[in-house]
Ligand binder design. Sequence first.
Ligand code: MOS
Length: 744
Amino acid sequence: MNTPQKQIGAPMNRVDGRQKVTGAAKYSAEYQLPNMAYAVLVGSTIAKGRLSSIDTKAAERAPGVLAVITHQNGPKLPGHKPVGKDPSQPQTVGSALRVFTDDKIRFNDQPIAVVVADSWERARYAARLVKAQYAQEAHQTNLEANKPNAFLPTQAKKNPKSPVADYQRGQVDAYKTGALKLEAEYVIPTEVHHPIEMQSITAHWEAPDRLTLYDKTQGTMATRRDFAREWGLPEENVKVIATYVGGAFGNGLHSWPHESAAIVAAKVVNRPVKLMLTREQMFTMVGYRPHTWQKIGMSATPDGKITAITHEAIGQTSTYEEFTEATLGQTRMMYQAPNMTTRYRLAALDIGSPIWMRGPGEATGAFALESAMDEMAYLLNIDPLEFRLRNYTDKDPENGKPWSSKFLKECYQAGAERIGWNKRQLKPGSVREGDWLIGYGMGVGTFGAHRGTSKATAKLLPDGTVLLQSAVTDIGPGTGTAMTQIAADTLGVTPAKVRFEWGNSDFARAPTQGGSAIVNTVGPAVQEACLALKDKLRELAAAGNGAFAAARKEDVTFADGYLTLAGNATARVTYTDLVKQAGGQAVTVESKPSDKGREYSMYSFSVHFAQVRVHQLTGEVRVSKLVSCADAGTIINEKTAGNQMKGGAVGGIGMALTEAAVIDDRFGRYVTKDLAEYHVPVHADAPAVEVYFVNQPDPHVNALGTKGIGEIATIGVAPAIANAIFNATGKRIRELPITPDKLI
Ligand code: MOS
């Protein structure tokens, strides 16, 4: 009998790799529907005020133009709730900014009109003919200037247990009375996700009350819910397809104005409408990692025990939504510290709303915390790795619960060996090669091992293929591949006998891809659906063959077109018979986390070690070596998981050294408009990243033992590099990105 290899853990190639490299994979802007029209947005040129008039006549007369839609003639959105009713509502629900509903300008480049034409070029030309007059008001786009107006998020006011509420253990601000103390401020600028694929959508009203969207989103169900609500439709009347997503990093976690505009446009012209943002528009209306100010106070005993930490943060949000993130979460749980104070505030600016960007708040918070750890180790004259070990915790100090699993020490050891930590000198600036100063640094990351509820459908096809379906998207990590492996492993078949389909809201309900939670959440649903399918087939087989009636599920095997039974040569039923009996029915299961999980604190952990070379004269920084080690539970696919770690590490290089979206506060408008000015790391900026996985199953998150990788791949990388730069040069840079001007 054909015994398939164990699939979980195998470094399998991506199931969609061929489609992607041959161009067969269709992204949202690549759907060509009959009678398609094209939409181009017109953005405001002020940051705050009102539209006093908007002249669309010339645009309407331009060749090929089908409609010019503004707040004056836009259709009513039956489910629209005006902005400002409750800005603390979850970001993707209800109060998010919608287009053409009023004359108010809330940020520069806010869509004020959409031009629809029979070609994209004609729409683009006509968009330039729209003329707007404004009643301008004074705007505020500067975080530093607006810090005095920072406020406690509504969510924290309502719920003192909220992760963004003030937190206290031990004495308040106890670091102030510590013998050995550190006080430092850290700043990260606005960073923009900038996946290669721009945000785009094709909206098609198939009937007056039936809408299909080919959309770049991380959540087909969330997008369906948002737009069903906006148009007052039952959810099942809206279908969202997002099979291929060319990177997102968080900017597909929210429904945005351009999606709203394309749907409005399609309604008005009664044709399918395609709308794709420009790179410049990617800065202004689809979110970003918010500019954030932080301050850390830390005290320690001379032998390196932290006695107190106070960590404060002020994150930027917009005036019409309260975007919050877990900037201070890592600080509360990473190190033993008997006295802990965290305070999180928001400052509302006249800029579009931020959104989570890879390793969201934790990556921001870790820059401050892990830099401060390095600073304190330096003050104590203790090796920074040793300092972290002296403050290691075997239970979660935030809530006293045991960890579901924690192999961070193993990561420390593996990483230290691989980077050559023993070559690091305590005294900065001691290692040089010609004009290059060489330094080593480390940074730790953590992210909740979240698991939600998900469904999955499994169906045996006549050719013996098992078809699995889930509404989940695959934004690049290789979800389709991991799920194929989980299914093949559970069923005991080769991956070639499994087809996993995703990215369609009509498929079994699944959460939005984000928060490192998809393998944790959809993985068990796929596993359970396969077990249920096996069981159902066994029952069907039992009807015609008694041997199956008494058999244990585990002994039932699929192979070569037959359902067979281990140790019983006569027990054979063909798939074709089974499929006939099953009547084409699929098994759908719902998989949920168990309550028992609440007894544990569940986190993935990572540590990143960097070796940098800093040119003494020019301040140029080269990351010459980067080692990323992760305790992320079971690794389903070493290859795709390794890719994720590398991608996250490169994102961290950008955060540390190059990325910043810059606003000219006089106009409240970004001056970085493209990738020539907003610098994402390129190949020459990144060394070959070495990845190490502990690969030990977590016994509590799910039956697969996974914990999630997506966020910890980035969290902790930027401080590792900043700390390495300090070790190389003796210069402590507390404001990212660390560009050469800060080092000379
Ligand atoms: Mo991620 S920031 O959850 O896409």
